[in-house]
Design a protein around this ligand. Structure first.
Ligand SMILES: [Zn+2]
Length: 195
């Protein structure tokens, strides 16, 4: 079982504000019109440029078994399984986007800088269910909860999502608009308590 670290508490509203600032910088259109968020630009360009963290993609043989993403403070590195980057099936491509957004969350929320030996390994199953391991931590101080909140806010930005919800767009339509899996949409809607 992975070790969990306690990080500086952040509320959903604080995480949302940070995400909106990042989107205003790298993809302002995503705040105006519903569209897929450019998660590769965030991970490949924005993070290395703005934080002292190297990001990239590595093969399954170089990461722990069953893992799809890793962020490590000691190496100042964050990486995602290359097999997902190269996936051809649409649901794997969408799974890739949520995995990258999650690891980006650890970087942008500065978890590797808060804890010297911070390490987070995202398992495939955990990632499919968007679940945070049970710990004694409160959600707001749990880095995994924070990274999922970041991913939700980044991939389905609040300003355009609220417009779509007024139009009663369904889960599958939302999944296609934002290029995420329906399970991700459901968890995002739960975060708004609308589902
Ligand atoms: Zn994580």
């Amino acid at each position: 079982m992975a070790k969990t670290f306690r990080v500086r508490p952040l509320s959903r509203a604080q995480i949302r504000r940070l995400v909106l600032e990042i989107l205003a910088d790298i993809q302002p259109g995503a705040l105006q019109k519903p569209q897929p968020s450019d998660v590769e630009r965030l991970f490949d360009v924005y993070i290395p440029r703005n934080f002292r963290i190297q990001t990239g993609y590595v093969g399954y043989d170089e990461i722990p078994a069953e893992a799809v993403g890793v962020t490590k403070a000691i190496e100042r590195k964050s990486y995602v399984a290359r097999e997902l980057l190269e996936a051809e099936k649409w649901h794997e491509q969408r799974f890739f986007r949520s995995t990258v957004a999650h690891e980006s969350g650890h970087c942008c929320l500065r978890h590797p800088f808060q804890i010297e030996h911070f390490v987070s390994v995202l398992g495939r199953k955990e990632s499919l269910l968007f679940r945070v391991e049970e710990t004694r931590l409160r959600p707001f101080e749990n880095p995994e909860w924070q990274a999922w909140a970041f991913a939700q806010e980044f991939l389905m930005p609040f300003p355009t999502l609220t417009i779509l919800l007024q139009q009663e767009v369904n889960v599958y339509e939302l999944a296609d608009i934002y290029e995420v899996n329906p399970a991700f949409v459901r968890s995002r809607l739960r975060s708004l308590k609308k589902f």
